[in-house]
Design a protein around this ligand. Structure first.
Ligand code: ACO
Length: 331
């Protein structure tokens, strides 16, 4: 089996920290509600840093950790639902700042499953193109710029941050993935872009979408629908990835899920009949950072010595789209 090796990881967290109590000054909520319903206590928020900057700093740290040079990288895959520009891509901006002159650049928008999609795409590039020796996967999110701070049901949930990893191919290594989407659920979690507007418009081409009215470009979420999707999908994606290679999920040393809600992770552990101790959970420190949540959790688990070389690990992401993805691999 052809797999991958994660050679290095890095992260960037903005300097500004917001605790649950801070929200009681702007919306009707309480520390108790936020903690018991979500598991969140604190989150880092951008103090003006653009998305690309967070990704760049995380990427620099990952490259240093991997012991390679930016010129060695053949592909940069950047995941974000909160990029700074429609164009150019975050991957291009970061490639330029890094001086990764030999890297092709791709941005992906797979929401909270973005890191899982990015790793799997990187694996496929490494596998199919011998000229690409190293892939750089970056997840950078500035969710607070699309957060409506008058909506208590969403504003307490999100944080900002970035993490990155350098990946190379590894022969005869454990690897399985299962990725997918359910686009019929797109209306449950979205943020609008600028509507059509040009000098010749009459409005006759207007098509109503099925998306609920939402407040400008801010994130809209039907929390209950997304919750149902997440609790259903997390166990199924992991089990399907395991079944593809006849792997027993009880052999996993650590599972790194998307950090959207501690209750989703607890329910998944119960449904999978796996001890909650195997799940890496850092939602209390970061809240939901969309696609950055899995690589931030990975980076911290490595730093804490919780994940070691040779460990069998899994990543499981789910989010807007609705997208999902699971990877099982050896660290
Ligand atoms: N403080 C106090 N009360 C609140 C707050 C708040 N911050 N937010 C909502 N409430 C109230 C609601 O108004 C409601 O009151 P009502 O009963 O009087 O109408 C009550 O709390 C219960 O609301 P629910 O929406 O049922 O709360 P729930 O227990 O479902 O928790 C939550 C909401 C945390 C959003 C949950 O549904 C969830 O985690 N959903 C999944 C989120 C997720 O996985 N997102 C995926 C990825 S994100 C991405 O892709 C960017």
């Amino acid at each position: 089996m052809q797999g991958i090796k994660i050679l290095g990881t890095g992260q960037y967290l903005p300097g500004k920290k917001v605790v649950n109590e801070d929200f009681t000054k702007i919306v009707e909520t309480s520390d108790e509600w936020i903690r018991t319903r979500t598991g969140m206590s604190e989150r880092y928020v951008s103090d003006g840093e653009p998305t690309w900057y967070m990704g760049l700093e995380a990427a620099k740290a990952a490259i240093k950790d991997a012991g390679i040079s930016p010129e060695d990288i053949g592909v940069i895959i950047d995941s974000s639902v909160s990029p700074d520009y429609y164009t150019p891509s975050m991957a291009c901006v970061i490639q330029g700042k890094l001086g990764a002159v030999n890297a092709m650049t791709i941005d992906i928008n797979c929401a909270c499953a973005g890191c899982v999609y990015g790793i799997d795409m990187a694996k496929r590039y490494l596998q199919s193109d011998e000229d690409i020796k190293y892939a750089l996967v970056i997840s950078n999110e500035n969710l607070t710029k699309i957060t409506d701070y008058s909506d208590r049901s969403t504003c307490v949930l999100f944080g900002d941050g970035a993490a990155a990893m350098v990946i190379e191919r590894r022969d005869n290594a454990l690897y399985s993935s299962y990725l997918g989407a359910d686009g019929t659920g797109a209306k449950y979690l979205f943020a609008r872009s600028i509507p059509p507007h040009n000098a010749f418009m009459t409005g006759n081409g207007k098509v109503d979408d099925e998306f609920p009215e939402s407040n400008s470009h801010y994130l809209y979420q039907d929390g209950r629908e997304v919750y149902k999707f997440a609790t259903r999908t997390l166990p199924r994606a992991l089990q399907t990835a395991a079944e593809k290679i006849g792997f027993d999920i009880n052999e996993l040393d650590a599972i790194i899920p998307h950090q959207a809600n501690a209750r989703i992770i607890e329910t998944a552990a119960k449904n999978l009949d796996i001890s909650l101790d195997k799940f890496v959970i850092n939602i209390h420190k970061h809240a939901n950072t969309s696609s950055a949540s899995i690589p931030i959790a990975l980076h911290e688990a490595i730093q804490e010595g919780r994940i070691k070389p040779g460990d069998k690990i899994a990543f499981v992401g789910f989010g807007a789209g609705l997208t999902f993805g699971a990877i099982i691999m050896e660290f």
